[in-house]
Design a protein around this ligand. Structure first.
Ligand code: AMP
Ligand code: MG
Length: 346
């Protein structure tokens, strides 16, 4: 199958791209779409046959559930049940963070097939904040299932070309909406009734952080249990080797941790590129990439994360990626988690 990239630089191009995307989605096809987090691979959430094509294109195991995107806030009720005890918190979260990178896990409505939810009785739902995605889903007029547009277990794409590199020949159409502004997958939050406040379990850390969420409920982070998760993952974004570059990656916990092997060429993935952190001068690196040049802001590091990892992966003169640890707070939590998983392979 030929894979076409449709551009959206001009108004004329955008109109044409939106038309082609909507018509492909209506005829049960999959289309890669830009979002503010990472590129998504979308299909009609109410068509099991279309949803099946997402799994096939990604080589994704059928137990790994998809995120459902809604075309407006109220449409959450078309796909999810909102129990009375948590209604207030859900409304507050939606009013505060939607459209945006917060995915809510709630009991599913019968209309959502188990093909979408990987057999679970819950559904993960969000409203995306990207102008081109917004026009496409509004014209489509119903929910779209859309996980990240990468092959299963590989890095999430943050540009149309990165989608092309992984899915060329497997999908008919990619809509190019530029580089993703957040660059990291959404925060996934399971919401349940709690004792005093509703209980929010962060199943996947992301751009919306604990500090922002705790105004509305009690926030806990899901414990990782690799053995259980690998057979029946609650948030299978948590599977081992997720987000992995092709090259081996090692995650350091301190500058003295690193022991080079003879003849290998190493790149340092640095958080803020400052000598005082102790990593820059701890070895004669063959290359250094800085995630947040100068200022050391985790949000900036988050936006650049997959882009920089892809660059390192493509460098012929580098054999292995050595990463500094990221701060275990805010968006840094998401980076640290991704690095830990990528590092399993190395
Ligand atoms: P992706 O967009 O490719 O990162 O995939 C969506 C991710 O959302 C899955 O891998 C899961 O981690 C998560 N997810 C989707 N549906 C559910 C659900 N019902 N319960 C828990 N996690 C979910
Ligand atoms: Mg993914």
């Amino acid at each position: 199958m030929e894979t076409v990239i449709a551009r959206t630089q001009s108004e004329v191009d955008t109109n044409e791209a939106v038309r082609s995307a909507v018509s492909a989605l209506q005829s049960g096809e999959v289309v890669a779409l830009p979002t503010e987090t990472v590129y998504g691979l979308a299909a009609d959430a109410f068509s099991p046959a279309a949803v099946e094509k997402i799994f096939a294109a990604k080589d994704r195991p059928s137990f790994d559930p998809l995120i459902v995107h809604v075309h407006h806030k109220d449409a959450i009720r078309d796909v999810a049940e909102i129990p009375e005890e948590i209604k207030k918190a859900v409304v507050q979260l939606i009013e505060t963070f939607w459209p945006g990178p917060l995915t809510l896990v709630l009991p599913k409505k019968p209309a959502v097939s188990k093909a979408v939810t990987g057999g679970l009785d819950t559904v993960a739902v969000r409203q995306c904040d990207h102008p081109v995605f917004h026009r496409i889903i509004r014209n489509f007029g119903g929910p779209l299932a859309a996980p990240s547009a990468n092959l299963f277990g590989r890095m999430s794409p943050t540009s149309a070309q990165a989608v092309m590199d992984q899915l060329e020949g497997r999908i008919p159409l990619i809509i190019d909406g530029g580089a993703c502004s957040r660059g990291l997958e959404s925060t996934i939050l399971k919401i349940e009734p709690g004792e005093k406040k509703p209980l929010f379990t962060v199943l996947r850390p992301g751009p919306i952080t604990e500090v922002e969420l705790k105004k509305f409920g009690k926030v806990v982070f899901a414990e990782r249990n690799a053995e259980v998760e690998d057979s029946s993952p609650e948030a299978p974004g948590m599977l081992e080797n997720h987000y992995a570059p092709n090259k081996p990656l090692r995650l350091l916990t301190s500058p003295g941790d690193f022991s080079p092997e003879n003849g290998k060429r190493y790149a340092l993935l640095s958080y803020r590129g400052q000598a005082k952190d102790g990593y820059l001068e701890s070895y004669e690196w063959d290359h250094i990439s800085v995630l947040s040049p100068g200022s050391g802001r985790v949000a900036e590091a988050g936006t650049r994360f997959f882009h920089v990892l892809r660059q390192l992966d493509a460098m012929e003169e580098i054999d292995e990626i050595i990463s500094e640890p990221m701060p275990d707070r805010g968006v840094g939590k998401a980076l640290l988690e991704k690095l830990k998983k990528a590092a399993v392979k190395g």
